[in-house]
Design a protein around this ligand. Structure first.
Ligand code: SAM
Length: 367
């Protein structure tokens, strides 16, 4: 498929020094449109789109204040993909088998008129549209997002205790406002709502049970995420990871739980239900039980670079193709070529050593 790209375009989409550079003369493996598989047989199904690298929180494990201070060089507006560019790419990705789009960031609700983008993506049709947010602006936007065609939201919430929550978001944001936003989203029909809690040892593991008690019988699905070594500003250490097995033991000791089948093969969260019918929880164990084998996710950064792994160091510059006048067929061919050459399985080979390698920050690549 790369043979379809002219030489200058190849140079733009395949950065020099990228270990995942497509070897010259590689046999084309994918059609220009249609479902595409990578070198491990994994199909492209999900696309996460980062719509801004800015956030109004400074969560200590994601955008710590000392690394993301007032003088941090966030992207300029002209560097961001426009809504039209995002929608054009989304349409092409859909032709390659993508079924689900998640808007993320940074904080996606900070992107001005993001509901307009949702409307444009909904207009493509046949895509499951979701968004991940810290909830700070959700109460005021929930209805407009639903009206624009958003199907569901995931809200990040790391503690129920107000003091613990303010310490984690590090901008003194009150937990009550996030809880109110979750209610507003449910009322607007953005359900079932998933609540994501990152558990970091020494920081919020005491909040596991209060969170479980609070969301039991709420209809929302609370998911516990292992603290990951994304980026390098968070100074990740393996001993700060609270394994999902420990989370499940903690909950199960007070609130009996039983495993349930995945909704679909390759689902990231392992599902559990309360034995008394009080609802469902999930655990996402990207550190202790890597799920690279089934990973079907691609990530589009705020400035239009395509990453095939959350832990990648290099992306492929689709914006250069968009702004360089490439037609849809050419962009489609580039995406197929990139995905078909993909071999990433970072979480399966993670070690203290790999954790120290330079990686893209989560706020840039999109969580
Ligand atoms: N601002 C939005 C939010 O807060 O949900 C979307 C972006 S945020 C980067 C997406 C998710 O990534 C959040 O649930 C956040 O808790 C999670 N996250 C960030 N850094 C992480 C880390 N080091 N390990 C695990 N999850 C992380």
């Amino acid at each position: 498929m790369l043979s379809r790209l002219r030489k200058p375009e190849m140079a733009r989409i395949i950065p020099i020094g990228d270990a995942r550079m497509v070897p010259s003369g590689a046999a084309p493996r994918a059609a220009v449109a249609g479902s595409v598989a990578d070198t491990r047989g994994r199909r492209l199904r999900d696309l996460r789109i980062s719509v801004t690298d800015r956030c109004n929180f400074r969560c200590v494990y994601c955008m710590p204040k000392d690394a993301f201070g007032r003088d941090h060089p966030f992207l300029k507006h002209a560097d961001l993909l426009t809504f039209e560019e995002i929608a054009r790419l989304a349409r092409i990705f859909k032709d390659h088998g993508v079924e689900k789009l998640r808007l993320t960031g940074g904080e996606p609700l900070l992107r001005k008129n993001v509901e307009r983008l949702v409307e444009m993506l909904a207009g493509i049709g046949g895509l499951d549209l979701t968004l991940t947010t810290n909830g700070a602006l959700l109460a005021q936007k929930a209805r407009a997002l639903k009206a624009a065609g958003l199907n569901r939201v995931t809200v990040s919430l790391d503690a129920l205790d107000d003091r613990a929550f303010r310490a984690m978001n590090d901008v003194d944001f009150p937990v009550g406002s996030v809880l109110a936003a979750i209610d507003a989203a449910a009322e607007a029909g953005l359900a079932p709502i998933k609540i994501n809690m990152v558990v970091k040892r020494g920081m919020n593991e005491r909040e596991i049970l209060p969170m479980a008690r609070h969301f039991k019988r709420s209809g929302h699905i609370l998911r516990f995420i292992e603290y990951m070594d994304v980026g390098h500003t968070n100074g990740w250490r393996m001993d700060e990871v609270v394994p999902s097995a420990e989370v499940l033991r903690t909950i199960g000791a007070e609130l009996p739980i039983a495993p349930i089948d995945p909704n679909y093969p390759g689902e990231v969260a392992e599902r559990w239900r309360y034995a008394d019918g009080g609802g469902e929880i999930g655990v996402i164990s990207s550190v202790t039980r890597a799920f690279c084998r089934d990973c079907s996710r691609a990530r589009l950064s705020t400035e239009g670079r395509l990453y095939t792994c959350l832990f990648a160091t290099q992306g492929f510059d689709l914006r250069a193709l968009l702004r360089g006048g490439s037609d849809d067929e050419r962009i489609s061919g580039a995406i197929a070529a990139i995905w078909s050459q993909r071999g990433d399985r970072y979480s399966e080979i993670r070690s203290e050593h790999t954790a120290r390698l330079p990686k893209i920050e989560m706020s840039y690549i999109g969580g």
